[in-house]
Design a protein around this ligand. Structure first.
Ligand code: RAM
Length: 354
């Protein structure tokens, strides 16, 4: 393990190929303890009308992302209109895209429930002159101007394999995945990368016995977590690459007082998971700076609207307060990466507030 110190403390922890930032103030994304410090605007010349379309409007993860959008938009005098379904279903997102197009918003910020289902309507919005910025979960390539990815996908897959290894006794035994919806682009990429990572001989003693879907619904995720415990009595770790799934799994394991034999890891909101870090259910898990993700998505939209960027590979731009004020570069398929994610544990979880 390599530990590098930058900013105000231990910042970059490299575990094999996995780089996770803990408490970094100068890593890929700044680490404010609240959205308030994610204040840089898009520098828009005029007040903008921005449509914000999350996977669903119930999930608090998207409320955290919207904090960053709102803060940056406010600095520009822009308006943010949140619309979206009550359930994370792609077909339910489609009418909202059509509606935002009719409203002639300047940009749509979308986390897609399914990359292909939303593509025709997003393309129609783009044809009508609306800038489309995907964030969090990507629409199909060609159905957005820029996709703001929270972090390099393979970092998450590798990290989840490593956390499962760290939490299973002697890196040995059965593990299972509790995901979001079966069509989610982001979760599917992370799961694919985790499966690849698990082929490393160092994880040979871990056995992935199941992958189930809780649809980013608290009740379904709870049912699925209970189902995993019943179906796999020797299960050692539940890996949930979703803030809804990890919370449900942690609640189930903790309520059953099974945390000595089953651990929960994956991607979670620190505010949701503090209790479960402390009671031993989830000693480590990860995420990125969610308000900063929303902020970056807004700023990218504002820069597309002003013409400062076109969304082409190789373009660079800076956002005050993010990426250590260093330039972001638009990559292949018009993807911009926020920065390295954070690993949370008992030593740092209380310093985060989202
Ligand atoms: C859930 C959503 C979101 C994902 C996080 C980690 O809130 O599925 O898309 O990025 O988990």
């Amino acid at each position: 393990m390599k530990i590098r110190t930058v900013g105000r403390g231990i910042a970059l922890i490299s575990v094999a190929a996995v780089v996770f930032a803990a408490c970094s103030s100068s890593g890929g994304s700044s680490a404010p303890s609240s959205a308030a410090s994610a204040a840089a605007s898009g520098g828009a010349a005029k007040a903008l009308k921005i449509g914000f379309l999350p996977k669903d409007i119930v999930n608090t993860y998207f409320a955290a992302a919207k904090l960053g959008v709102d803060t940056a938009a406010k600095a520009d005098g822009s308006t943010v209109i949140q619309v979206g379904p009550n359930e994370a279903k792609a077909d339910l997102q489609v009418p909202f895209i059509a509606d935002l197009t009719t409203q002639k918003v300047d940009a749509i910020l979308i986390s897609a429930d399914g990359k292909d289902e939303v593509a025709p309507n997003l393309k129609a919005a783009m044809a009508a002159g609306i800038k489309v910025v995907g964030f969090d979960s990507s629409p199909a390539v060609g159905a957005y101007n820029v996709f703001v990815n929270q972090t390099d996908f393979s970092l998450i897959g590798g990290a989840m394999a490593q956390w499962a290894c760290d939490l299973a006794p002697n890196c040995t035994g059965e593990i299972a995945i509790l995901s979001a919806t079966a069509t989610a682009t982001n979760q599917n990429s992370w799961i694919a990368d985790m499966n690849t990572a698990l082929k490393d001989p160092k994880f040979a003693t871990l056995k992935l016995v199941d992958t189930v879907y809780g649809d980013d619904n608290a009740t379904t995720s709870t049912t699925q977590a209970n189902g995993l415990l019943t179906k796999h009595p020797n299960l050692k770790v539940i890996v949930a690459p979703t803030t809804v799934g990890i919370l449900a799994a942690a609640q189930v394991v903790s309520a059953a007082k099974k945390q000595d034999s089953v651990k929960v890891t994956g991607l979670g909101l620190p505010n949701d998971m503090k209790t479960f870090v402390k009671d031993g259910t989830s000693p480590k898990f990860g995420l990125w700076n969610v308000p900063a993700l929303g902020q970056l998505a807004y700023v990218v939209a504002a820069k597309l609207i002003s013409g400062e960027i076109k969304g082409s590979e190789g373009e660079t731009f800076t956002v005050k307060g993010l990426n250590g004020d260093k330039p972001y570069t638009i990559g292949k398929d018009s993807v911009v990466i926020l920065g390295p994610p954070f690993e949370f544990n008992k030593d740092n979880v209380d310093t985060f507030n989202f």
